[in-house]
Ligand binder design. Structure first.
Ligand SMILES: [Zn+2]
Length: 313
């Protein structure tokens, strides 16, 4: 009797294993790696359960400066598709990881490499000579373009085209999900736009130049930065100039990304009476910001509450 039941058990295990190994959806899942959580969130919207998505950077980290880890190389080694922000955002850390992955599929220019900035609206493209010598980390235009929902739409469309090309059997599925995403985004935009409408033209200062696309979409006026140039830490003389300018213009709100020290922003706030808002520049940039919709929900809500309180018109 004992023998028989043990035999049955083993047969059941064998059947289960065979079932797991034979599940076609499991085998067909595309392995997608993104550099940021924003791109991962958008890839999930389009790819649904037909892809596996992992982001290298976390949304509370400065995407310009990510500390490379051996696990990232392993991740890239196994990837079918790598999606990057581009515009040199990842120039300081990604190229050696791609090279060391020894994965021909995801090298720059290969079919498994997608630069999401190709289809996006890019602001602040320098007209003169590129000034990398001065340490500016935005030499190819502003790389924080995902903070305009319209660019979220464009990125999703690019991801859809790429996924369909790589996995034609699921093209209809990806197209359906992309359409659904755009419909939900259009609905959400109405909500965000009407919440922000009373504050069109409001003057703000931001620590880093992460917000030009956000500001353009919602009609905010970014009049200065805590950093003298993108990527250059605040200096005493620049801070004094900024304080004078904020007093002159009556700036009441200052956006700070979660990965910057609050010492300088707090001293500027003390001198001007402006309020410091630690905004989420990315999905994962605050605890509740778990997808692309919650990113704008969070930032719009934070801004509107602070603006109302500060009497911003
Ligand atoms: Zn930047």
């Amino acid at each position: 009797m004992k023998r028989a039941s043990s035999g049955l058990f083993q047969a059941a295990v064998a059947l289960l294993l065979a079932g797991v190994l034979a599940t076609p959806a499991q085998a067909a899942k595309l392995r997608v790696v993104t550099t940021t959580e924003d791109l991962a969130a958008l890839a999930r919207e389009v790819g649904g359960d037909r892809i596996d998505v992992t982001s290298i950077a976390r949304g509370y980290q400065d995407p310009h400066f990510v500390e490379p880890k051996p696990s990232f190389i392993l991740l890239l080694n196994r990837a079918d598709l790598l999606i990057v922000v581009g515009r040199d955002l990842e120039i300081g850390w990604l190229p050696p990881l791609i090279q060391q992955s020894r994965n021909a599929k995801i090298q720059v220019g290969a079919d498994g490499y997608l630069d999401a900035s190709q289809a996006a609206k890019i602001l602040e493209i320098p007209t003169g000579q590129i000034t990398r010598a001065l340490g500016d980390v935005h030499p190819l235009g502003n790389p924080h373009y995902w903070l305009d929902p319209e660019n979220g739409r464009r990125i999703a469309q690019e991801i859809q085209k790429k996924l369909a090309a790589m996995q034609p059997a699921d093209a209809g599925y990806f197209a359906g999900r992309e359409t659904g995403f755009e419909q939900r985004l259009t609905e959400a935009e109405k909500r965000w736009d009407s919440a922000m409408a009373p504050y069109r033209g409001a003057k703000v200062v931001t620590y880093h130049a992460s917000w030009p696309n956000f500001a353009e979409h919602f009609g905010l006026d970014v009049v200065g930065y805590v950093e003298p140039r993108p990527g250059i830490p605040p200096s005493p003389s620049h801070t004094l100039d900024l304080i004078a300018q904020m007093k002159r213009l009556g700036v009441k709100l200052m956006f700070v990304e979660p990965y910057f020290d609050l010492k300088t922003p707090n001293s500027i706030a003390g001198a001007t009476g402006a309020q410091v808002l630690v905004m989420a520049p990315s999905v994962g940039g605050a605890k509740d910001v778990t997808d692309y919709f919650k990113l704008f929900d969070y930032d719009v809500n934070l801004f509107v509450n602070a603006a109302r309180q500060a009497g911003v018109k």
